[in-house]
Design a protein around this ligand. Structure first.
Ligand code: NAP
Length: 272
């Protein structure tokens, strides 16, 4: 039977085994999927061992996505741009590295009926998640994309880097100099974990904006709650989580699982 894993540290919180087993069951596909806690200094060693055991692939979570990028033999263009890998496929003796986070976000925005084409988009944060989502968002042709980050230099250099694949204006800046309203505000900071909303000037989000927090939780995250308090439509990242997993499944198995039912099921279970 083909064997898959999620590798991380910590990893016990990961919903990936549940999600991939659900996909496999719904498609009558036979595979095994387990989580594996990897010692912080033993990521490459663990993957090499799995290769000897002829595993089929794995998802990578915190803090190993950059290491996975470095050990992949072949990178998909989106993983190359992201500088991080969340999916490895072991194929014909080679490790293929992909990054499905951005496509997962874009597909979940589609599910939520949020359009990117022609939109003025603000991405909050310039860390690993922001790096992963920006190129797939740019590929859907927004009119403008602004990256705002607490450490301004990181926003500026990420904007310069992403400009190479953009057909629109991409700029990086601090939160304090943001101006005008945005159609879509994507929170790719980790600030919701500590119940903090990035310091956005008045007028950035209004009742005709859409907002998306990459973090997800059983109740509205502080960012989702803040956006709703401005009258905006807002979603958390649960749908992205399921959609990025569906993209990994497609890379591994050549078939794309349905996501809608699982997103609703996970939401119900989280809220119990
Ligand atoms: P990261 O690389 O550590 O980057 C963290 C980012 O958050 C940096 O830009 C940092 O700014 C900013 N930040 C942290 N605390 C802040 C605060 N109090 N105020 C303003 N900015 C703050 O983390 P990451 O890997 O990009 O992950 C970011 C979030 O995305 C996490 O919540 C993660 O769970 C989520 N995520 C979700 C999915 C999904 O499928 N739903 C997938 C991937 C990631 P500085 O540069 O100034 O430090």
């Amino acid at each position: 039977m083909d064997r898959y894993y999620v590798l991380g540290n910590p990893v016990e919180h990961s919903k990936s085994p549940y999600i991939h087993r659900f996909f496999a069951d719904s498609l009558n596909d036979e595979l095994s999927y387990e989580s594996r806690l990897v010692p912080l200094d033993a990521f490459e060693q663990t993957v090499r061992q799995l290769m000897k055991e002829n595993f089929s692939g794995c998802n990578i979570t915190v803090p190993f996505k950059e290491q996975a990028y470095r050990i992949a033999d072949v990178l998909t263009p989106r993983a190359d741009l992201a500088g991080a890998v969340n999916t490895l496929k072991y194929d014909d003796g080679r490790l293929v590295g992909d990054n499905t986070d951005g496509e997962g976000l874009v597909q979940d925005l589609q599910r939520c009926d949020v359009s990117i084409e022609g939109a003025r988009i603000l991405v909050l944060g310039a860390g690993g998640a922001a790096r992963g989502i920006i190129a797939p968002v740019l590929a859907r042709k927004p009119s403008e994309l602004v990256i705002a980050n607490r450490t301004v230099s990181k926003a500026e250099s990420l904007a310069e880097y992403m400009s190479s694949v953009a057909e629109c204006d991409v700029r990086g800046m601090g939160f304090d100099v943001l101006s005008g309203r945005f159609d879509l505000i994507i929170n790719a900071t980790s600030s919701s974990i500590t119940n903090v909303v990035p310091p956005l000037p008045e007028g950035v989000i209004d009742s005709s904006s859409c907002a998306y927090d990459l973090m997800y939780a059983p109740v509205d995250t502080v960012f989702v709650a803040y956006a709703k308090s401005k009258g905006a439509k807002a979603w958390d990242g649960l749908g992205m989580l399921v959609s990025q997993a569906a993209e990994s499944y497609l890379l591994w198995r050549g078939v794309k699982p349905q996501t809608e039912e699982l997103i609703m099921k996970l939401r119900r279970e989280m809220q119990k």
